[in-house]
Design a protein around this ligand. Structure first.
Ligand SMILES: Nc1ncnc2c1ncn2[C@@H]1O[C@H](COP(=O)(O)OP(=O)(O)OP(=O)(O)O)[C@@H](O)[C@H]1O
Ligand SMILES: [Mg+2]
Length: 300
């Protein structure tokens, strides 16, 4: 869910200029694919594919010719220095990018093989399939814990599709909170305002809200950067537990965190995807000297 300013900007601007049609997009150069997507390294069927993606804010190009496949299984980490385009990249994956003023892109992004920028795709419905958790926990502070969990469903009208009345909704709230490892903390205060929870609990509440939508993909943009080490450890444990059910893409500034939680890592630098591969290999035997410099802390 975007913040209020995003929504206002989108309403003011209307949709972004249409991305080019699939047939107009040049097939990625074979060498580029080989560099970014090494099939020998065990990448399996793609859940999301990104081809020839270039993105701008007004005249400023912020992503350049990205080609990347994100497999359904496991956790994909996106790392790189501040301003390299990590948030922009994942916001493109659920069409939140277009809510920003001046945002424009070219290229083709598919989810299960279908172009997510096709004219007949409703971005709101897409965001149900591709959920997002943000850097700063953003529950509705005055809204109860229970209503926070259901907020995404209410906003997208999906709550009406939950059969079985209040009992079914109550079960959904409980299941979502259990999946987000928050149930035990809040079961006796479901009616308390979300803003009364600790920051770590608020972040798990946001994860519960995302899970209640039954997404297929969960995007997380630095979900632990506002949290202390204990709360961070809980979210990392949660990511381990959730990866069996969801395709997870996590942006992190923290290289150790990428090493701990992810199966694959993509290293971005100045809007380019420098290297992408299994996390172990990328950290122990990087193929690009820029990756090596970054993962060994020479810059960033
Ligand atoms: N709403 C916006 N309008 C104009 N430019 C933007 C906007 N959002 C981001 N940018 C620019 O796009 C580039 C990429 O920004 P982005 O937020 O994707 O980087 P990031 O890698 O997520 O950085 P950080 O690690 O600091 O979160 C930056 O140069 C930034 O200034
Ligand atoms: Mg960012």
């Amino acid at each position: 869910m975007g913040d209020a300013s995003d929504v206002v900007a989108r309403r003011a601007l209307g949709p972004i200029s249409s991305p080019v049609a699939a047939s107009e997009v040049e097939a990625p150069h074979p060498e580029r694919r080989a560099r970014n997507l090494d099939r020998d390294e065990g990448l399996s069927t793609a859940k999301l594919t990104v081809n020839a993606l270039t993105a701008w804010f007004d005249d400023q190009q912020v992503l350049t010719d990205i080609a990347m496949e994100i497999p359904a299984e496991g956790v994909t980490a996106v790392i790189g220095p501040s301003g390299c385009g990590k948030s922009t990249f994942i916001r493109i994956l659920n069409r939140m990018f277009e809510m920003k003023r001046g945002a424009r892109l070219e290229g083709r992004i598919t989810l299960d093989g279908e172009d997510i920028y096709a004219r007949d795709v409703d971005p709101v419905q897409l965001r149900r399939r591709v959920g997002m958790v943000f850097q700063r926990p953003n529950p509705f502070p005055a809204m109860s814990v229970r209503d926070n969990v259901l907020a995404g469903l209410r906003l997208t009208g999906k709550v009406r599709q939950v059969k079985g009345g209040d009992g079914a909704l109550e079960r959904l709230v409980r299941q979502s909170l259990e999946s987000a490892a928050l149930w035990d903390d809040v079961k006796s205060r479901l009616d308390a305002p979300g803003g009364q929870l600790s920051s770590g609990q608020q972040q798990r509440l946001c994860i519960a809200r995302a899970i209640a939508m039954e997404p297929e993909v969960l995007l997380m943009d630095e979900p632990c950067s506002a949290l202390d080490p204990m709360a961070t450890a809980r979210i990392e444990d949660l990511i381990h537990a959730l990866k069996a059910r969801y395709t997870i893409v996590i942006v992190t500034h923290n290289i150790q965190q990428a090493a701990r939680v992810s199966d694959r890592t993509a290293f971005f630098l100045q809007g380019e995807l420098v290297e992408y591969g299994p996390t172990d290999r990328l950290f122990t035997a990087p193929r690009d000297p820029r990756t090596e410099d970054y993962v060994t802390g020479k810059f960033g």
